[in-house]
Write a protein that binds this ligand. Structure first.
Ligand code: MD6
Ligand code: FE
Length: 218
């Protein structure tokens, strides 16, 4: 099938109200700038391995920027204002990147004043279990997600963990906004699709994926 036929015949999944997917919203050139800037964030707040209550490590390394950062350890999940290993404040969200997240939310029809950005580093074997984002104070705010590197098969579920899930491919440059009636849908990452990154970048795990999720936590 030619590229043109692909565009004409491979239909987009129908997404529920409150799930807005902007394909390729971040251009390749813009995405390089975002990734370059994130390298300075990772120097100030090195990615680290979180634990859950049992003491087991979560699969993906993570870090944060913004006033608050999502953290998990034996005491459970919460937002904290410092990098737990370095005991220093999280670096700010780079202003140009924060502005992009606000603009994406606005285009989806959701006002947004983010104060936190959670960064997930997926190795090629990375995944993320089905979850709801419920540690933020006010669920009226959207969550905005930027994808870079290899494609992810994102699992979009419903209000209950056992509701059916729909697979949605998230590619480099795609922006997903979860808002309104869909803000609390269960979701996760089933798998990373190897060899699908448009280019390699030191901010993205080799053969893997980088995801940024912007929130208003406090
Ligand atoms: C990811 N994303 O795409 C994981 N959460 O790597 C999320 O967990 C997520 O994409 C809330 C809203 C949008 C998301
Ligand atoms: Fe999430």
């Amino acid at each position: 099938m030619s590229a043109l036929q692909h565009d004409l015949f491979v239909t987009e999944p129908v997404l529920p109200a409150g799930i807005t997917l902007f394909r390729g919203w971040i251009s390749p050139a813009q995405s390089r700038d975002v990734l370059d800037e994130m390298l300075s964030v990772f120097e100030a707040a090195p990615p680290y391995r979180l634990r859950v209550k049992s003491g087991a490590y979560v699969i993906n390394r993570m870090t944060n920027c913004g006033e608050l950062g999502w953290h998990s350890d034996e005491r459970g999940y919460r937002y904290v204002d410092r990098h737990p290993e370095l005991d220093v404040p999280w670096p700010p969200i780079p202003p140009a990147i924060r502005a992009l997240a606000v603009k994406a939310a606005q285009e989806a029809g959701a006002p947004f004043v983010p104060d936190a950005c959670l960064v997930n580093f997926y190795e090629a074997s990375g995944k993320m279990n089905l979850h709801q984002d419920h540690d933020e104070k006010d669920f009226a705010w959207p969550i905005v997600s930027f994808s870079f590197g290899c494609d992810a098969i994102f699992a979009l579920g419903g209000a209950k963990r056992r509701d059916p899930v729909q697979g949605v491919t998230l590619s480099h440059g795609d922006v997903l906004v979860m808002h309104g009636e869909s803000r609390m849908r269960f979701h996760g990452v089933k798998k990373i699709v190897p060899g699908t990154a448009p280019f390699a970048h030191p901010a993205v795990p080799e053969g893997g994926r980088l995801n940024l999720t912007f929130r208003r936590a406090g």
